[in-house]
Design a protein around this ligand. Structure first.
Ligand code: PMV
Length: 318
């Protein structure tokens, strides 16, 4: 281990899944994009011998029982296992703008920023493949069977086409797009929803397999629609995706009503839940000239609403 630097800070963005969530866990393609909400992780020398993780005034020991910051804990343990446990304690401080359990990739962003900053602090500057591999331990600790799309979107930024088999491919954007993100305020567990979808797959294996294939086609179509700037088509694909997410049991009455509400004034081409569902967030594709209006209206009911212009930067040093 090389000499410790004073402190290292890295930040990584949250993400939205534009199409293909859940089906991507079972092998289909999906498309995700980094958003303008970030998790920042600062690593510095600790006071005693114990390495700790701090966030919002709460503290968890890296080696202690799995606590609230289990993603950062799992990443830190993995780094210590691979590169050696430091003889003096280390302090890992998390400041995140991404609400946990909101479907916006909070644990992935924390995992990516922790993997980068902690490894660098102890003298190892890792390449993206290694950061991704180590960040996946954080994701696994939060939900057992992650597809890996969240951490890739956070690490690389911009917009990505992803499958378990092919990994991530960045999508070049001729012109940026704007999405409206609305957090319902209801936290939920990704792992419970991933299990629910797996049960649906077991019950209807052929239907599920055909839908997974459909999501791969739709993801590729969505990439084309992005390159030609065909927003109505992009919105239509999002609306179809929502119907499938409803079928697998990941929408809720509240999300259905929220989507109905967002679509009711013709300000958006499409809307769907994003991420695991069961609560969490929805995304909508506003008509460019109506984006501000759509945000103002929905913000009156849902204060955690924001517009994001894509592309956004991935992992960065602060
Ligand atoms: O982290 P969330 O809740 O946004 O969900 C991630 C997306 C899933 O497809 C449901 C799971 C995964 O690992 O891809």
């Amino acid at each position: 281990m090389s000499a410790l630097e004073n402190s290292i800070t890295a930040s990584a963005p949250g993400k939205v899944i534009i199409i293909g969530e859940h089906f991507v866990v079972h092998g289909s393609y999906a498309v995700a994009a980094a958003i303008n909400k970030r998790a920042k992780v600062t690593v510095s020398a600790g006071k005693g011998n114990e390495s700790v993780i701090l966030s919002n005034g709460e503290k968890t020991s890296v080696m202690g029982e799995k606590g609230k910051f289990s993603a950062a804990q799992a990443v830190a343990r993995r780094i210590f296992e691979e590169y050696g446990t430091p003889s003096k304690g280390i302090r890992v401080e998390i400041e995140s703008e991404i609400p946990p359990g909101s479907g916006l990739g909070s644990s992935a962003a924390i995992s990516v920023a922790t993997a980068a900053s902690l490894s660098k602090f102890i003298g190892h500057t890792l390449d993206n493949d290694r950061i991704s591999e180590i960040a996946s331990f954080g994701e696994k600790s939060v939900h057992g069977n992650p597809s890996g799309i969240d951490s890739e979107a956070s690490l690389l930024g911009g917009m990505i086409l992803y499958s378990r088999e092919t990994g991530a491919k960045q999508i070049p954007l001729n012109r940026g797009i704007q999405l409206l993100v609305v957090y319902s305020g209801h936290e939920r567990s990704t792992s419970a929803l991933v299990s629910k979808v797996t049960r649906k797959k077991e019950e209807f294996p052929s239907t599920f397999a055909h839908l997974s294939d459909a999501f791969s086609f739709a993801s590729l179509q969505l990439v084309d629609a992005l390159s030609t700037g065909d927003l109505p088509y992009l919105g239509a694909l999002m609306n179809l995706a929502q119907a499938s997410l409803f079928w697998v049991g990941c929408s809720t009455k509240e999300l259905d009503n929220l989507i109905e509400n967002v679509l009711s004034d013709e300000s958006c081409f499409g809307a769907k839940l994003t991420g695991a569902g069961g609560g969490g967030s929805i995304i909508a594709l506003p008509k460019p000239e109506k984006a501000g209006e759509a945000l103002t209206r929905i913000s009156k009911q849902y204060s955690s609403s924001f517009l994001v212009s894509i592309p956004q930067e991935g992992l960065r040093w602060e």
